[in-house]
Design a protein around this ligand. Structure first.
Ligand SMILES: Cc1cc2nc3c(=O)[nH]c(=O)nc-3n(C[C@H](O)[C@H](O)[C@H](O)COP(=O)(O)OP(=O)(O)OC[C@H]3O[C@@H](n4cnc5c(N)ncnc54)[C@H](O)[C@@H]3O)c2cc1C
Length: 390
């Protein structure tokens, strides 16, 4: 495992750091800032931020230059994630497109798809949604029922998706449908790149416990998609989806470490402000969280080293997903222990602004579900990494 970055990578860090110092508004760095901005306004600010990064050459760091990227190393991408987390730059508005769809298109897309999809996605001119889950097909994706029937040069789509992140702001959706009528399980599926701005697509927002409506239900009624907009080949959707999910679960973990470490420091500050920092039980718990965070950092560096050596992580990416999601959730278990019953109150302590931590705490409940639940990740690790019997 290599714990250092090259001189060229450190030079990139210095450039990026000075650009961020003059580009990230001071207000954004306040821990409570984003919690106080209404959803749509926040989305607009974050979208504009992505465009500024693209125009300044700080987008697609490890993507080939032909796609509008910078052609950098995985190390530069890790530094980029780390530096953005350090200045509290907002998370991207196009996570599903950037992290999962784009690498899948680079791997199995047609020339036309590469040309038409990747650059607008990188600049966030087109926001992508992921339409995999259905009411009875979440962990068991092969149970999906949304149908796609050929009609001339088009495929006509009918069915329902659920838990679609960014549904209300989405321009296009990469979605899994059954294109061979009567096919079973993972056979006869296709992944389609569908325009959400058409009469046959209806989005109904779902409200989360934080109050936000970050995701929604998507209904297709005779929605149309040209057959050339099928990704990875008609009837080959399962293989395309598995490739895409390996990108979803394999994110390096360095930026998570940096962001979670800031959250940890805020929880420690809150413990001090509440006079709980001398409580021996809480101190022990905080010590355990710090140890878990450091394990996450070392695991992230291990993954980065493997990736730089060209290793294909495959099913091992489930270990990364498990580790970062559970570490993050544990942090907020400790936050809840710090506040006790007050954790459920909107202003738990007079004079102490804990709104950002509370809102993150609500969010943290979801991270062991999306991208494949912890139970499902453990099954994958047991069967495909450790070779245990089914
Ligand atoms: C915040 C959030 C955002 C999301 N965004 C998207 C999105 O953009 N696009 C999208 O397509 N989906 C999205 N999802 C859906 C997500 O992928 C599913 O919720 C997830 O795959 C779990 O499926 P499910 O909710 O149907 O639960 P179920 O599959 O019904 O599972 C219920 C419980 O049973 C357990 N379980 C199920 N099968 C097994 C098994 N074989 N072995 C052991 N335990 C099992 C699960 O771990 C879980 O605890 C999102 C979900 C959340 C919470």
């Amino acid at each position: 495992m290599d714990l250092t970055f090259s001189a060229a990578e450190e030079a990139f860090r210095a450039d990026l750091r000075s650009w961020l110092a003059e580009s990230v508004p001071a207000a954004w760095r306040e821990p409570g800032f984003w919690a106080g901005v209404p959803d749509d306004e926040a989305f607009g600010l974050r979208r504009e931020w992505e465009r500024r990064k693209f125009d300044a050459g700080f987008a697609g760091i490890d993507w080939p230059t032909e796609y509008g990227g910078r052609g950098g190393t995985p190390g530069m991408k890790a530094i980029y994630d780390e530096e953005l987390a350090l200045v509290r730059a907002p998370a991207t508005v196009n996570p599903l497109g950037l992290a999962f769809l784009a690498p899948t298109i680079m791997a199995v897309g047609t020339d036309e798809q590469k040309r038409e999809v990747i650059r607008p996605l990188l600049r966030c001119d087109v926001i992508w949604c992921q339409g995999f889950s259905e009411p009875d097909a979440g962990s068991d994706l092969a149970a999906l029922r949304t149908s796609g029937v050929a009609d001339g040069d088009d495929i006509v789509v009918n069915g329902q998706k659920v838990w679609t992140t960014n549904a209300s702001h989405g321009d296009r959706i990469f979605t899994m449908v059954r294109t061979e009528p009567g096919s079973q399980r993972h056979r006869g599926l296709s992944m389609l790149l569908l325009d959400m701005h058409q009469a046959g697509v209806e989005v109904r927002p779902l409200r989360q416990m934080s109050g936000a409506t970050e995701f929604g239900e998507v209904f297709f009624t005779d929605a149309r998609v040209p057959a050339r907009e099928c990704l990875g080949g008609l009837g080959n959707g399962w293989a395309t989806a598995m490739l895409l999910l390996s990108f979803e679960r394999g994110a390096s973990g360095i930026s998570q470490y940096t962001a979670f470490r800031q959250t940890y420091d805020e929880i420690v500050r809150a413990a001090r402000a509440l006079g709980r920092d001398t409580d021996p039980v809480l101190r022990q718990e905080l010590g355990r969280r710090l140890a878990e965070l450091e394990c996450l950092r070392y695991h992230a560096m291990h993954v980065l080293t493997q990736v730089e050596r060209g290793a294909d992580l495959g099913a091992e990416s489930s270990m990364t997903k498990l580790q970062w999601s559970e570490t993050y959730q544990d942090l907020f278990e400790t936050f809840d222990d710090l506040l006790g019953a007050d954790a459920a109150v909107s202003t738990p302590v007079a004079g102490l602004d804990l709104s950002a931590l509370q809102s993150e705490g609500f969010w943290s409940r979801s991270v062991t579900i999306w991208g494949g639940s912890s139970q499902v990740q453990r099954n994958i690790v047991a069967e495909r990494v450790l070779g245990l019997p089914r």
